[in-house]
Design a protein around this ligand. Structure first.
Ligand code: UT7
Length: 319
């Protein structure tokens, strides 16, 4: 039976680092408040001319190099983003052109902070169905563009970045199971409720969030999705080597690990340095832990996303 395996990862963060102290110079906030409520110390912010496809390019090149796969040999590109370069063409098509390749299918997935898990599940399905053998899956965001920098309740939480993974078809099991869910009834608790119409923005182009409702929802579904993915493989929590939940708030990570009974030292945390990079957070954390040697061949890694929509999901991956 053909399965998919992750054989290379990559990440990219824009050069500019913005600390909590820097934010507190223009905003009624403090390093103490942001750290104690979220665990965030700093975030990376893209340059004015840097777009999602620009961030995706170095992350993708690094993942391809790690995988030993040439861009020309890709037969699928899936990009998860909520901050695309344009309304269209898709960021995936723009990335394909920047990689200098042609012809393979390329499309975006929009599932906000669950985007990478959705994109990974999509590419996994293409590979299992025999439609693809070498896929590039990317999460990339310039969330700084959709933040109201006067709203201390949201702007302190997010950052920009990109993460990527290369999947290949293999007979050895790599991605053991994926689970995806959505419930549009909760669209209102986290949204950017605007669109472009007749040359103007209709509604709001900024993130709006009911933080406490999102917090409670996230902790509940992250636990449920983890148990569901493990259940599909007949595995238990003790079989997980690493937990990589979406990086939104260190309190959400701690609560999820506690409810699952996973010790904190098995949880990969980047939110302190990256803040919430939406669809990029999971592949960036995966790449960091692969590169620093924590995640090794044979380890079982549970990736989890949760975000606007509401959307959520998990993937149990053997590296
Ligand atoms: O990808 C998913 C995206 N989002 C999330 O995962 C966010 C989930 N939610 C959260 O992480 C938390 O709910 C927050 C970090 C957003 C907020 O933490 P909280 O403990 O739920 O605080 P709160 O919203 O109840 O606000 C407490 C106080 C309020 O003041 P009052 O009304 O008590 O006087 C806020 O106005 O903190 C105030 N506050 C701030 N103070 C300083 C809100 N933001 C800030 C800020 N600096 N940046």
């Amino acid at each position: 039976m053909i399965r998919s395996r992750i054989v290379g990862t990559g990440g990219y963060l824009p050069a500019r680092i913005v600390t909590n102290d820097e934010l507190s110079r223009t905003l009624d906030t403090s390093d103490e408040w942001i750290r104690s409520r979220t665990g965030i110390r700093q975030r990376h912010i893209a340059a004015p001319d840097e777009t999602s496809s620009d961030l995706a390019l170095p992350a993708s090149r690094t993942a391809l190099a790690a995988a030993g796969v040439a861009a020309a040999d890709l037969d699928l590109i899936v990009v998860a983003t909520s901050t695309p370069d344009f309304v269209f063409p898709s960021t995936a098509c723009l990335l394909q052109a920047k990689l200098g390749v042609r012809s393979c299918p390329a499309f975006d997935v929009q599932a906000v902070c669950s985007g990478f898990v959705y994109a990974l599940a999509t590419a996994d399905s293409f590979i299992r169905a025999g439609q693809s053998r070498r896929a590039l899956v990317v999460g990339t965001e310039v969330f700084s563009r959709i933040l109201d920098w006067n709203d201390r309740g949201t702007c302190v939480l997010f950052g920009d970045g990109a993460g990527a993974a290369v999947l290949v078809a293999d007979e050895r099991p790599g991605i053991h199971a994926t689970v995806l869910h959505a419930d549009g009834a909760h669209a209102g608790i986290l949204s950017v409720p605007g669109n472009v119409c007749g040359g103007s923005i209709v509604g709001s182009p900024f993130v709006r969030m009911d933080g406490q409702a999102v917090f409670k929802f996230a902790v509940r579904v992250l636990e449920e999705a983890a148990r569901e993915a493990l259940g599909r493989c007949g595995l238990g929590v003790a079989d997980v080597d690493w937990l990589i939940p979406h990086q939104a708030n260190v309190r959400i990570l701690d609560a999820t690990a506690r409810k699952l009974g996973i010790p904190p030292e098995k949880v990969v945390v980047t939110v302190d340095r990256h803040a919430n990079t939406s669809a990029a957070s999971v592949p960036l954390a995966l790449d960091e832990a692969v590169r620093d040697g924590r995640i090794r061949a044979g380890h079982r890694v549970l990736l989890e996303g949760v975000g606007g929509g509401f959307t959520w999901g998990a993937a149990l991956v053997e590296m």
